[in-house]
Design a protein around this ligand. Structure first.
Ligand code: HEC
Ligand code: HEC
Length: 388
């Protein structure tokens, strides 16, 4: 009798618990409802634990190292059009995954007009000695950069100027959105949204975007240095690599008489980020008219071209070069503009604009080399894709 009562009792408890469990799992959260499986808080994508080649030693994460939770929130913010005043523009409107997070248009469309410069690729930002952001380095850190487009009148519109709402209005708006209540609680332990939390999460996401599965990486890891020929490269690619890496030899009129093209002096392998101390490279026009002498940063040269071998977008802050041949031609013949008092001295040997005296074989070779810097995963990996 006792035994029977006990068994019955246990069965009842088991049954009640089973029902409870069922109830719990049918209670759909806002995150589940909004992202239908594309974001699963129990199974986050790996952002923090990604491997990178041993020869990649730079890391500018500083006091804000990537976490899977933060990058997941960052991904939602990056793709959310509600971050703009008219709910039409997200970061991803101008930074498209299929173009290495840049844009194919010369300027990109924001809520109140177009951008003043070409959009920048966002690949391997973490692995760069340059810590400043934008073509003209006006943001002192990635964290600072991430909420600047939101507060730009043209781009996302929360500027607080000329009748625009400001960032606090945006925070009030986002605080009403149920999936943000869950996500901020999940990441920071509290639903409260602040600009700093948004900056940290967006930076986790942007820094997580990495590309190390290129032909270059395969060669670099098999040889252990940049200099020796890579066994997986064609002769032309190896020649292009030498030209990219080696400094030119000039005569006293700035004409190249030997050596390479000196690209490595500013765009440094193996990360291909830019030397933090460059001045401008002779591209000094402003798209708004007049001169713009302080564009001294370039996006990293990885994934400059897409898998089809065409540039992922027009190049330079002006977007004035649509193909690599014209771009190399610019460096072949540096014109010292009378207004340009900020031209990098590496491009003016003995005070003359450099004349690289390029021949077709050299141009083709350096182009072939630049194409080896393109990976595949960054264009398709779900963890960087639109979760909406
Ligand atoms: C309307 C288009 C547009 C939107 C929206 C936009 N960007 Fe950009 N982004 C650009 C342009 C254009 C530049 C270069 C601007 C400049 O240097 O003046 C840029 C530059 C950047 C850079 C600097 C990269 C570097 O190497 O220095 C980062 C990082 C970035 N954007 C991230 C974001 C994030 C995060 C968001 C969303 C919060 C965002 N962008 C929204 C167009 C846009
Ligand atoms: C003195 C430093 C310096 C040297 C040397 C140099 N560059 Fe640049 N490069 C820059 C700067 C600065 C920019 C950004 C210019 C701008 O848009 O205003 C840039 C931009 C670029 C871009 C455009 C990137 C993009 O996303 O639009 C490419 C490609 C490039 N350089 C390739 C090369 C190659 C190839 C060489 C060698 C032939 C070279 N660079 C030599 C400083 C340099």
């Amino acid at each position: 009798m006792n035994k029977f009562a006990l068994t019955f009792g246990i069965l009842t408890v088991v049954l009640i618990n089973a029902c409870k469990k069922k109830e719990d799992s049918t209670e759909i959260t806002a995150v589940q409802r909004t992202f239908s499986g594309r974001i699963d808080l129990d199974r986050l994508h790996s952002y923090a634990g990604q491997s990178r080649p041993a020869y990649i030693t730079l890391d500018n994460s500083g006091a804000n190292p990537i976490s899977d939770k933060g990058a997941t929130l960052g991904r939602v913010l990056f793709y959310d059009k509600q971050l703009s005043v008219n709910n039409n523009i997200s970061c991803a409107s101008c930074h498209l995954q299929q173009y290495a997070f840049s844009d194919t248009s010369v300027v990109s469309k924001g809520v109140n007009g177009t951008t003043g410069r070409h959009s920048m690729r966002l690949v391997n930002n973490r692995f760069s000695q340059e810590m400043k952001y934008f073509w003209n380095e006006r943001a002192n850190s990635l964290e600072e950069q991430t909420t600047m487009p939101i507060q730009d009148h043209n781009e996302m519109g929360y500027s607080g100027e000329n009748g625009d709402p400001d960032i606090n209005d945006l925070i009030a708006k986002l605080s009403q959105i149920d999936y943000y209540k869950e996500l901020f609680k999940f990441v920071y332990g509290s639903e409260e949204i602040t600009e700093v939390k948004m900056q940290n999460a967006l930076s986790h996401f942007v820094r997580s975007i990495q590309s190390f599965d290129s032909k270059y990486d395969l060669g670099r890891s098999s040889v252990g240095a940049d200099g020796p020929p890579f066994p997986n490269f064609t002769q032309q690619e190896n020649m292009g690599k030498n030209l990219f890496l080696a400094a030119p030899v000039f005569d006293n009129q700035g004409k190249r008489t030997g050596g390479g093209l000196g690209c490595q002096g500013c765009h440094r392998a193996p990360e291909f980020g830019i030397d933090p101390n460059t001045k401008n490279n002779g591209i000094i026009n402003s798209l708004a008219g007049g001169f713009d002498l302080f564009n001294t940063k370039s996006p990293g040269l990885r994934d400059l071209v897409g898998k089809d071998g065409n540039p992922n977008g027009p190049m330079m802050h002006t977007g004035q070069f649509k193909d690599l041949k014209t771009l190399i031609g610019h460096y072949g013949n540096i014109v010292v503009g009378p207004n340009n008092n900020n031209l990098d001295p590496r491009l003016t040997p003995n005070g003359f604009g450099q004349q690289l005296q390029l021949n077709q074989t050299e141009v083709d070779a350096v182009i072939a080399f630049l194409k080896t810097l393109t990976g595949t995963n960054v264009y398709i990996d779900e963890k960087w894709s639109n979760p909406f």
